[in-house]
Design a binder for this molecule. Structure first.
Ligand code: NAD
Length: 494
């Protein structure tokens, strides 16, 4: 594997990345935090420390709840059109600063700049979409069947929300929560992942500039997410938890949230099947598989984790996909030529390496990649494995890396059973020229989102979310904003 390496900070000295670490963002101000400790932010491409942010304590978290609660009354009363205009301004500023934001995401997350640019556009779109939703949160009005009263339903803002996000989409996962929460009239405390805090703080400054009032959005970072989050979840002023991350952490948070019967939205892990039928067009299927597998170097909850290819097209598909994977340019995310950046940490590389070794020990064959390189930076090469057996760990766990695990199948029934043989149910991909078969197969797959003849499902205008252990609730579309509301029913006597 040939990895391009250089220190991008030398090339980009017009962008001062240090300037994004002012402190915790509470009540519209940058504050130091009570612990006096700092969290080092690492560039995964070079392993160099690029910045540091404060390590919040439970008291800092409660100060953020206080700020969000203090701002709640004013924000809830702010006319929807005004809220809409502010969200629209957030969108415009994100688009104006897209290149700087993309560079920052690439730097702290490692993803290829082209993926980071896509992420900024996707994140900004949540603000545009929800600026439009803010003025269309329409209730219901009807007459009771008895005729005795009117039934009026109003969607009220749910209140103060705790938002927790992962490192793999540092702008988009936060935007997918903040924009609808603000549209609904809620105030929020965001706790981003410790690996990628700079994007969250840069965006907090941008929201303030766009006119988001102090206290409406608060951001804290911590190395002790358990106690810090629990302090917030057990505060009676908090009414909602919206979490994106692993199923394991989601389960822990659901247990904690049960103590205060907190409303929860959960966007959790995935194990997406990608099915290619014999009649699929080869080139679009390979292209779709590359997008579904390699966006973010495979570190996406929607990433194709298991590729099932029908026997008739199998040799041609495997050959074409392997050539595409081998040709990918691996390097630092911030280099515009990079197509596959590093993983987030050394631990993530070790996990991927372990999954590949496990599959090989059970009979899988490596067609390309498969060896952890000895270089600086958390790199793992694009890898293709064939004949991955059903008992391999990677058939059941998220790989979260650039490894395409391919298995041959014969019949439709067989592949549907295989696709559903997982506790997860987030995304799935189906490739076939026969649209009616494609739609029928899609309906039988237990996944919240199915892409038919395409490699991308995410769209701010569509409901994103999972079945089974992949989550609760939906983000995006008209569903997203309702997650941050409580329907109140008024019985009005006639
Ligand atoms: P993670 O679950 O380890 O961490 C997610 C967030 O939870 C981070 O901010 C982390 O600091 C925080 N956290 C960890 N332990 C906590 C605790 N005890 N209490 C409160 N917060 C805690 O996940 P990750 O490694 O950052 O992200 C990868 C995972 O996220 C994958 O499983 C991926 O599938 C999932 N994901 C899901 C979606 C989706 O929309 N369904 C989107 C992106 C990522």
């Amino acid at each position: 594997m040939n990895i391009m390496q250089h220190n991008i900070l030398d090339d980009e000295d017009d962008v001062n990345f240090q300037s994004f670490s002012h402190g915790l963002f509470i009540g519209g101000k940058w504050v130091e935090g009570g612990s006096g400790r700092q969290i080092r932010v690492i560039d995964p491409s070079t392993e160099a420390v690029i910045s540091a942010v404060p390590d919040a304590t439970a008291d800092d978290a409660l100060a953020a709840v206080e700020a969000a609660a203090a701002a709640a009354k004013g924000w809830r009363k702010t006319p929807p059109r005004k809220r809409s205009d502010i969200l629209r301004r957030c969108y415009e500023l994100m688009i104006e600063r897209a290149e700087m934001l993309a560079m920052l995401i690439s730097l702290e997350n490692g993803k290829a700049l082209r993926d980071a640019r896509g992420e900024v556009a996707y994140a900004a779109e949540f603000f545009r979409w929800n600026s439009e939703e803010a003025v269309r949160i329409i209730g219901d009005f009807g007459i009771a069947p008895s005729g005795s009263n009117h039934i009026i339903v109003e969607y009220q803002p749910i209140g103060v929300c705790v938002l927790i996000t992962p490192w793999n989409f540092p702008a988009a996962m936060a935007a997918r929560k903040i924009a609808p929460a603000l549209a609904a009239g809620c105030t929020v405390i965001l706790k981003p992942a410790t690996e990628t805090p700079l994007t969250a703080y840069a965006l907090a400054a941008l929201y303030k500039e766009a006119g988001v009032p102090d206290g409406v959005v608060n951001v804290i970072t911590t190395t002790t997410p358990g106690p810090v989050t629990n302090a917030m979840l057990n505060d009676p002023r908090v009414r909602k938890l919206s979490f994106t991350g692993s199923t394991a952490v989601g389960r822990t948070l659901l247990a904690e949230a049960s103590k205060t019967v907190l409303s929860c939205s959960m966007e959790l892990g995935g194990n997406a099947p990608l099915i290619v039928f014999d009649d699929a067009n080869l080139e679009p299927a390979v292209e779709g598989a590359m997008v579904a597998k390699m966006r973010n170097a495979g570190a996406a909850c929607t990433a194709a984790n298991r590729l099932y290819v029908q026997a008739g097209i199998y040799p041609r598909f495997v050959d074409a996909l392997t050539r595409r994977m081998e040709a990918l340019c691996v390097g630092p995310g911030t280099d515009p030529a990079t197509e596959c950046g590093p993983m987030i940490t050394a631990k993530a590389v070790a996990k991927i390496d372990g999954l590949v070794k496990d599959a090989v020990s059970r009979g899988a064959k490596v067609l390309c990649g498969g060896e952890k390189p000895s270089v600086r930076g958390f790199f793992y090469p694009p890898t293709v494995l064939v004949d991955v057996p059903a008992d391999a760990a990677m058939a059941h766990e998220e790989i979260f890396g650039p490894v395409a695990a391919i298995t041959r199948f014969d019949t439709e029934e067989e592949v549907i059973d295989k696709a559903n043989d997982t506790e997860y149910g987030l995304a799935a991909y189906v490739f076939t020229k026969d649209i009616s078969r494609g739609m029928e197969v899609s309906r039988r797959i237990e996944a919240g989102m199915v892409a038919l003849n395409r490699g991308l499902v995410s769209d701010p205008a569509a409901p994103f979310g999972g079945m089974k252990h992949s989550g609760l609730g939906r983000e995006g579309g008209s569903h997203g904003v309702l997650e941050f509301t409580e329907p109140q029913y008024l019985a009005l006597g006639r």
